[in-house]
Design a protein around this ligand. Structure first.
Ligand code: E4P
Length: 216
């Protein structure tokens, strides 16, 4: 499973890239707004830091506006994937952009039916928002599992990008279900490598090592 960072913060991206474990980046309007930078400048810098796909989202709500924005955004760098919201206008835009060779990430997906339509429209990525499904008392992982199963059954090439991942348990579940990608906030990314027993184990090994002399 690939791991993307879900952030527009270049310091976080620098740290993740330095570990050699970041396969791509996803952003959204909220994450970019948080950085208080010009949209284009921010996305171009992220694209220069990461070899893999970088998702940047349109803000238009009509098909023609989405297509216009998507053409502009996709011209900023080779590795951009344009995020299009999962609405009927968006699906029309995805179909047309796919025909033009522009890769899309259908975002704000909350059901297997929506994911089915995104794939039929030709989306490159489909992003179910797991945490936000959990937030309303439903089961995000069940939806993710249904999407993976539908895509496998019909051989869709659209990649399942598990988004809105709030904690390491989400990542583990997404990996077990077979999501192609999990996009995670930096905090969750940093947590993935940690386990209290690893820390205790290292401490104990070092203590034992110091009790004896002349081992090396
Ligand atoms: C995905 O591409 C989104 O940017 C993101 O995962 C949303 O996560 P949230 O529900 O924690 O805001």
């Amino acid at each position: 499973m690939q791991i993307f960072l879900d952030t527009a913060n270049v310091d976080e991206i620098h740290q993740g890239v330095a570990m050699g474990l970041v396969d791509g980046v996803t952003t959204n309007p909220t994450l970019v707004a948080r950085e208080k930078r010009k949209f284009r400048e921010c996305i171009e810098e992220i694209c220069s830091l990461v070899d893999g796909p970088v998702s940047a989202e349109v803000t238009a709500t009509d098909t023609e506006g989405m297509i216009r924005e998507a053409r502009e955004i996709s011209s900023w760098a080779e590795n951009i994937v344009v995020k299009i919201p999962m609405v009927p206008e968006g699906l029309v835009a995805v179909r047309r952009l796919t025909e033009e060779g522009i890769r899309t990430n259908v975002t704000l997906v909350f059901s297997a039916n929506q994911a089915l339509l995104a794939a039929k429209a030709g989306a490159y990525f489909c992003s179910p928002f797991i945490g936000r499904i959990d937030d309303i008392g439903e089961d995000g992982m069940e939806v993710l599992s249904e999407i993976v199963s539908v895509y496998d059954t019909y051989g869709f090439e659209t990649q399942v990008l598990a988004a809105s991942m709030r904690h390491p348990h989400h990542v583990r579940e997404a990996a077990l279900i077979g999501a192609d990608i999990a996009t995670v906030p930096f905090k969750v990314f940093a947590q993935l490598a940690r386990h209290p027993l690893t820390d205790v184990g290292i401490k104990r090994f070092l203590e034992d090592w110091e009790k004896v002399e002349d081992l090396v």
